[in-house]
Design a protein around this ligand. Structure first.
Ligand code: HEC
Ligand code: HEC
Length: 218
């Protein structure tokens, strides 16, 4: 994976320096193009597995802003082994006003369709998901009042990456990992205890169930 990231970072830098530009209808779209977000996340923000960059289309705006903030201040993407998080952290060095604009743009994009990559039993995953439903909603479409994002708009491989990141302390654990930041990831702190005791198989089953929810009508 490491091999892939470095050339891409250079490519992104090249695009930025060469003043690459395309037509954009809104400020947020302009930022998405000019800051080369699409290079990793895809033109429709549908995600790219090789680069570990998730789909962002249709995600809750406030959640997106918070993640961009967390990367910006270094309370996400802090762990040396978190290669994907570290790659994103370098891309989040821009103003709060622009982070908001790009989040507005991403929120109104239509969620894209995905192929299944994680194999598990949805039937077995359903029971495990009961815990998650309290915050992410029974349909896994997120509950803003709980700060919990939609899980159905996400690629299944990214769900696995994040659940493992929370489990390993690569996300929402900056302070314990010895990161000196002037704030803590208090909202993210809800997650590690939720996945701490899940086995590899339970995680795969859970993801298979979340994937199946994608096809349920709202
Ligand atoms: C070099 C590739 C790359 C570029 C360019 C990039 N990203 Fe990312 N982004 C990633 C990766 C990889 C992750 C997943 C990080 C992780 O696994 O924790 C990510 C994660 C994110 C997340 C968190 C999503 C979530 O569900 O929590 C947001 C939001 C995001 N990126 C927005 C952007 C925006 C906006 C831009 C442009 C300013 C951008 N990214 C540019 C690679 C990139
Ligand atoms: C107590 C409430 C709560 C429960 C229960 C909960 N979550 Fe979360 N979850 C959150 C919050 C809040 C966030 C957003 C954290 C942030 O903003 O950084 C989150 C984030 C996530 C993310 C990251 C999404 C992304 O785009 O990167 C995943 C994946 C996730 N939860 C999966 C689960 C699963 C699976 C379960 C059940 C085992 C679960 N959650 C249970 C509150 C909860």
């Amino acid at each position: 994976m490491k091999v892939w990231i470095a050339p891409f970072l250079f490519f992104v830098l090249f695009l930025r320096l060469s003043g690459f530009n395309l037509y954009a209808a809104t400020k947020g779209e302009e930022i998405f193009i000019n800051r080369a977000c699409w290079v990793c996340h895809g033109k429709e923000a549908q995600g790219n597995k090789t680069l570990g960059a998730p789909s962002l289309a249709g995600q809750d705006q406030v959640y997106l802003e918070r993640q961009l903030h967390n990367f910006n201040v270094g309370i996400r993407g802090y762990h040396p082994k978190d290669i994907f998080g570290k790659a994103m952290r370098q891309m989040a060095i821009f103003s709060q006003a622009d982070r908001k604009e790009v989040a507005i743009y991403l929120n109104q994009l239509k969620p894209t369709s995905f192929s299944r990559t994680v194999v598990g039993s949805a039937a077995k995953g359903q029971a495990v998901f009961a815990t998650c439903a309290a915050c992410h909603g029974p349909d896994a479409r997120g509950m803003p009042q709980m700060n919990a994002p939609s899980l159905v708009i996400l690629n299944d491989w990214y769900l696995e990456n994040q659940i493992l990141s929370f489990k390993h302390g690569w996300r929402a654990n900056a302070k314990a990992a010895g990161v000196k930041a002037n704030e803590e990831d208090q909202i993210g702190a809800a997650m590690p205890p939720m996945v701490q005791n899940l086995s590899t198989e339970e995680i795969k089953n859970l993801i298979a169930y979340i994937y199946s929810l994608r096809f349920q009508k709202k």
